[in-house]
Design a protein around this ligand. Structure first.
Ligand SMILES: [Zn+2]
Length: 329
């Protein structure tokens, strides 16, 4: 069987778990609305939305043991089709690292120590280290963590984030790129970020936006995504964890926060959000998606982006092999 087929089948394989029903991680609510019944591969997977605050999550929620099993053996192959970074994923992560550092330029002046939670193949750590920052990473996937250490000589903790002992060290900036949605208890993680940051420290969070228009309804859900956020639920959870957004006018799910002295008692800032989000999900059916022009524009844009990356990698490997040939002749 070709490796392509093997990867395709591995991705489509359902991860079986029992889990248990949990209250909403943001508000403690126990009344939910089902917003998804299948994952992106059409395997059964129930996602619910809290009727009180709008947070989305798996129901039942897998146990810690089930999640660890998934990440240790299953995740990267299930999600990206590789146990180590591929040339295309490295290219993207490098580009993404440079963009992130540019975006953080306003706070980086007062930053020395950076912690990247979910450091993947280590491209962000390597780029920041080259610019003179002291960096540490957290990556539960052994293959990716070892790749980062071997390739870039950066320090990476290979363990679930909440189990790591940082020996009393604190950081000026924590970055958490596409990680919070993978966490069973994101609020506890935010509170841990708060402890690990110096007073006046900063936190950069990036999660997928569950209310993004034109996204395929079925593509939203995935076993790895234990929680689903919108701008509103991300801001409310960060407030409960002791953080306030820098810029209140930005309405997306890539946000820079400053550390407050403690949790914001007025964290429930968007009381109407759950009702509005429920209406959004009722409107977002597969048939409407298929009939919308925006969906095709989005797919075309993504395809162009994907093809562009493959072409760049192909051209660079082609040049390398030409150079090798030239040398050997
Ligand atoms: Zn809730």
């Amino acid at each position: 069987m070709s490796s392509f087929l093997r990867v395709l089948l591995a991705r489509r394989r359902r991860f079986r778990y029992s889990g248990s029903r949990v209250p909403c991680n943001l508000c403690g609510g126990e009344s939910f609305l089902v917003v998804g019944r299948r994952d992106r591969w059409l395997n059964p997977l129930i996602n619910v939305m809290c009727r009180q605050c709008g947070l989305i999550f798996l129901d039942p929620m897998p146990t810690d043991e089930e999640i660890n099993r998934y990440y240790e053996r299953h995740y990267r192959i299930h999600y990206q089709g590789a146990a180590e970074p591929t040339p295309v994923s490295i290219l993207r992560s490098l580009r993404n690292a440079e963009e992130r550092l540019q975006m953080l330029a306003s706070v980086l002046k007062s930053v020395m120590r950076i912690l990247d939670v979910g450091s993947g193949g280590g491209e962000f750590l390597a780029t920041a280290q080259r610019q003179g920052y002291e960096v540490e990473g957290v990556e539960p996937n052994v293959g990716y963590a070892r790749y980062a250490e071997r390739t870039y000589g950066v320090k990476v903790h290979v363990a679930p984030f909440m189990q790591i002992d940082f020996g009393g060290r604190q950081f000026d900036l924590i970055t958490c790129n596409h990680v919070l949605e993978h966490m069973r208890n994101p609020l506890a993680n935010l509170r841990r970020f708060h402890q690990l940051l110096v007073p006046g420290g900063n936190l950069h969070l990036l999660v997928p936006d569950m209310a993004e228009p034109h996204k395929t309804p079925i593509g939203l859900f995935h076993f790895g995504h234990l929680h689903g956020f919108t701008h509103e639920t991300l801001v409310m959870m960060a407030a409960k964890g002791g953080f306030a957004p820098f810029d209140d006018t930005r309405r997306n799910t890539a946000l820079l926060f400053r550390r407050l002295a403690g949790p914001d008692p007025n964290w429930f800032r968007f009381p109407e959000h759950a009702t509005a989000l429920a209406a959004f999900f009722r409107r977002r059916t597969m048939w409407r998606h298929i009939a919308s022009i925006g969906a095709y524009k989005r797919t075309a844009g993504r395809l162009r982006y994907l093809l562009g990356d493959y072409l760049t990698v192909w051209r660079s490997t082609d040049r390398t092999s030409d150079a090798t040939k030239a040398k050997s002749t």
